[in-house]
Design a protein around this ligand. Structure first.
Ligand code: ADP
Ligand code: MG
Length: 249
């Protein structure tokens, strides 16, 4: 069953073409890792999926929600974008927690404001989610009182709180000290084992080997090559993939 279907997404910033026609299909419970050099369009692609950037061209379907690009931004379209976004949990490199809210308040906020869930109900769900990411004993801590790894795990719990169809991660461990990377990757791995559908931009190759069903190598606004981790890491076909892997080894 398809969860994401993207056809021919194009995006330019002014004169600078950043996505030159990207297609992607992701099936339920599939974990797709996207790699590629800095500036190749990985973040822009994830942002286009949820209309954080408006693509210039293409079709995006997440779950039952389908959006053709380029329409007028009227009320109907804004509603379609909101529906699409509700189905995706987005985890950024910089954890983006609300600094004036505790961990649990950060996780409660989405269900309360977006789904109109009552405070006591939202709290129960948030507690379960914080336990799931190993932070059951940190519910009342503020972001500044948490390590980067803990903050990112709160951010994952927050993204899960809206019960998304798919989770998107943009370099979730790039801002972390090396010793904190593992605890965040472990949470993502646990979600993979539970069958969560995920698209993850990361440079962590060992992690990609363990968790990815499919690895996509992107360069210069194109998908250059994709395949299983073994195909991409051990037997890359394209010259650009080989160069990238040599550089990052
Ligand atoms: P990656 O995540 O692979 O490093 P990005 O998607 O962040 O790549 O960026 C791809 C290109 O798009 C870069 O050249 C970057 O400068 C440009 N870019 C990204 N976001 C913007 C923006 N909001 N305005 C103008 N240019 C942008
Ligand atoms: Mg990026």
């Amino acid at each position: 069953m398809k969860v994401i279907q993207v056809e021919n997404i194009k995006k330019a910033f002014g004169e600078n073409p950043v996505l030159r026609g990207v297609d992607l299909t992701v099936n339920k419970s599939e974990v797709v890792v996207i790699m590629g050099p800095s500036g190749s369009g990985k973040s822009t692609f994830l942002r286009c999926l949820t209309y954080l950037e408006e693509p210039n061209e293409g079709l995006i379907q997440i779950g039952p929600h389908e959006l053709h690009t380029g329409g007028k931004l009227d009320r109907k379209r804004k509603k379609e974008i909101r529906e699409l976004r509700k189905k995706t949990g987005f985890v950024f490199q910089s954890f983006n927690l609300f600094p004036n809210m505790t961990a649990i308040e950060n996780v409660m906020e989405g269900p309360m404001t977006i789904h109109g869930v009552k405070s006591n109900e939202a709290k129960k769900v948030a507690e379960v989610l914080l336990c799931k990411v190993g932070l059951g004993d940190r519910c009342d801590h503020y972001p500044v009182q948490l390590s980067g790894g803990q903050q990112q795990r709160v951010a994952i719990a927050r993204a899960l709180s809206l019960n998304p169809t798919v989770m998107l991660y943009d370099e979730p461990t790039s801002a972390l000290d090396p010793e904190l990377v593992r605890e965040v990757l472990q949470v993502i791995k646990d979600l993979a084992e539970e069958g969560m559908t995920m698209v993850i931009v990361t440079h962590e190759m060992n992690f990609a080997r363990e968790v990815a069903d499919r690895v996509i190598f992107m360069d210069d606004g194109y998908i250059v090559e994709q395949g299983t981790p073994e195909e991409i890491f051990d037997h890359p076909k394209e010259e650009r993939t080989k160069q990238f892997l040599t550089m990052t080894k």
